[in-house]
Design a protein around this ligand. Structure first.
Ligand SMILES: [Zn+2]
Length: 264
């Protein structure tokens, strides 16, 4: 592998809570898309919460899981207010790049940039960072916090195990504070979905295949005011309830036909 050019040297934050080698580890990532700052705010709230090491709730969490949090991982995208990220070996000084308006807050891909939540021929710096840390940390679960222009929020589990009904209803309680129960056609909104496997081009696929982790995508309506609070609450619920977020001995029902619509 060639040397990393100076412009790609990585200075993203990593926060670790809990170091018990006998506990499973959970990795939480936000800001893969640099134009989704609310997910970053939500994970920063979680970091602030977990720093209260004398808090009973925090002690309960860290008694059964270790947590690694990577907030705002796509630094170049964040600086440019862009969804995308250059590949790690890009020679441009990406810290100084100001993208034209049509690439800011948009899914258009600027020349030479790629989507860091997809599998790319050349990985991005944020992907290299995630993968090198996951190699060491061996997370059993990876949470990706995103905002996207869905009509409401959604939590998508990629796991061979089914999500327990109790846990599903806890997630519904979080979303129902903010989003309506029915869509404009009068149908119930599915706030929770479960798939055995993501589409082949999705970054979650690489995480599952390389690290044997389950992956959870937490999505909100893009830049919704309540988005940080929802990310915080859903991530916290997962940490509190793991591993009981999954039903025992009950394989996931795979709705993979629908997964292609997910543009997170
Ligand atoms: Zn996103």
């Amino acid at each position: 592998m060639p040397d990393l050019p100076a412009s790609s040297l990585y200075h993203a934050t990593v926060e670790v809570f809990g170091v018990n080698p006998n506990n499973p580890s959970i990795m939480i990532i936000s800001g893969q898309h640099g134009n989704e700052p609310k997910g970053i705010e939500g994970t920063k709230k979680l970091i602030e919460y977990l720093r209260n090491e004398d808090n009973e709730g925090v002690m309960e969490i860290l008694a059964h899981v270790n947590v690694m949090i990577l907030p705002g991982i796509n630094i170049f995208g964040k600086n440019a207010d862009a969804r995308m990220e250059p590949p790690y070996n890009c020679t441009l000084d990406t810290r100084k790049i100001k993208l034209p308006k049509e690439y800011r807050g948009s899914i258009n891909v600027p020349e030479g940039w790629v989507d860091p939540n997809r599998i790319n021929p050349v990985p991005t710096s944020s992907q290299l960072m995630i993968e090198s840390l996951a190699t060491i940390y061996k997370p059993v679960l990876i949470i990706l916090n995103h905002d996207w222009a869905l009509p409401s929020g959604k939590v998508t589990f990629y796991s061979k195990k089914a999500v327990s009904k109790e846990f599903e209803s806890k997630i519904y309680d979080v979303f129902l504070r903010v989003y309506p129960k029915h869509n404009s056609f009068g149908n119930f909104v599915k706030f929770v979905e479960c798939f055995k496997d993501p589409d082949r081009n999705k970054y979650a696929k690489k995480l599952i295949d390389n690290f044997n982790s389950d992956v959870v995508l937490v999505e909100n309506y893009v830049n919704h005011d309540s988005s940080p609070e929802i990310h915080f609450r859903v991530d916290l619920l997962i940490l509190q309830d793991y591993p009981h977020i999954f039903a025992s001995n009950n394989p996931s029902t795979d709705n993979s036909g629908d997964a292609a619509d997910n543009n997170t």
